[in-house]
Design a protein around this ligand. Structure first.
Ligand code: NAD
Ligand code: ZN
Length: 255
């Protein structure tokens, strides 16, 4: 792979260093280097089903067992994954910024594992389960679940604590995300195809509020034309390189 464009890296480092408020939106591509399959990439299929066929309230109502088998398969895969340098770089970026918010569409919990603090998981977290009867939530991080798990409190059927296709995002997460997107002066969007709404619009909202938009993605997306700086390369290469360049510039300025 050719190394990321040095001049664009330098520009990105400068923009982050001067920022007052940084908001980041991540998607499945940021976890790809951890071995988590993206939905649209190869490896996203499970027993011949597309995730869009299983990750829906209708699929769960019709066949909860199959949907739970799919989620237990994904939990099994994710249990073996660890954060990659893109996750680590984002937690380092947070430590250097005055105001920082990370919004993620990922449900894998890897940003938390990498040490990120202010994380808004707009699509929920796969390690959380929720009772369909009493709405209680349970943290089941790292645990193996039955294929049709039930609530220890009321006996109701449990469901994965993620947002399915066709469901609306939790109000509190959406409000916090909207606030962070419209308040920032620099927005970074990384590892998302920018096709799934409403996150697909976040970059455009930030631009409307005159933020500088930086995109780091393996391939061009609908956001690429809007971006002020677009680095079409792997997040696990580019994000650490930007943070390293920020450090280099800071040290140089201090000498
Ligand atoms: P997506 O699969 O639609 O798009 C992923 C994007 O990342 C693509 O544009 C691809 O080119 C890019 N990409 C792949 N590898 C990359 C890398 N190493 N560096 C930078 N970019 C890379 O994912 P999405 O936009 O997040 O939307 C899919 C939906 O699926 C989301 O709603 C999300 O909740 C869910 N999902 C989550 C996970 C997870 O939790 N890790 C995994 C798969 C899907
Ligand atoms: Zn219950």
């Amino acid at each position: 792979m050719p190394s990321p464009d040095q001049s664009l890296l330098g520009q990105a480092a400068e923009v982050f260093s001067a920022a007052d408020a940084v908001t980041v939106l991540t998607g499945a591509g940021v976890s790809a280097a951890s071995g988590v399959p993206t939905f649209r990439g190869t490896g996203g299929l499970w027993e011949g089903h597309r995730p869009e066929q299983l990750a829906t309230p209708e699929a769960f109502a019709a066949d909860p067992l199959t949907v739970w088998r799919f989620y237990n398969w994904r939990r099994g895969l994710l249990g073996k994954c660890v954060p990659n340098p893109a996750h680590t770089a984002l937690s380092e970026l947070e430590a250097r910024c005055r105001n920082f918010t990370l919004i993620t569409q990922n449900v894998d919990g890897l940003h938390h594992q990498a040490g990120s603090k202010k994380v808004i998981e707009i699509h929920g977290n796969i390690w959380t389960v929720r009772c369909t009867a009493c709405s209680r939530e349970f943290d089941t991080t790292g645990q193996a679940l039955d294929d049709d798990p039930h609530c220890s409190s009321c006996g109701g059927r449990l469901r994965p604590g993620v947002v399915w296709f066709g469901e609306s995002l939790p109000d509190h997460a959406m409000t916090a995300a909207y606030e962070a997107v419209t308040r920032c002066d620099v927005m970074l969007v990384s590892g998302t195809s920018a096709l799934v709404q409403p996150a697909a619009s976040f970059g455009a909202w930030a631009k409307q509020n005159e933020a500088t938009l930086i995109e780091v993605n393996l391939e061009a997306t609908p956001l690429t034309e809007l971006a002020d700086i677009s680095l079409l390369d792997s997040a696990s290469e580019v994000l650490p390189a930007i943070v390293k360049e920020m450090t280099r510039r800071k040290e140089q300025a201090g000498t």
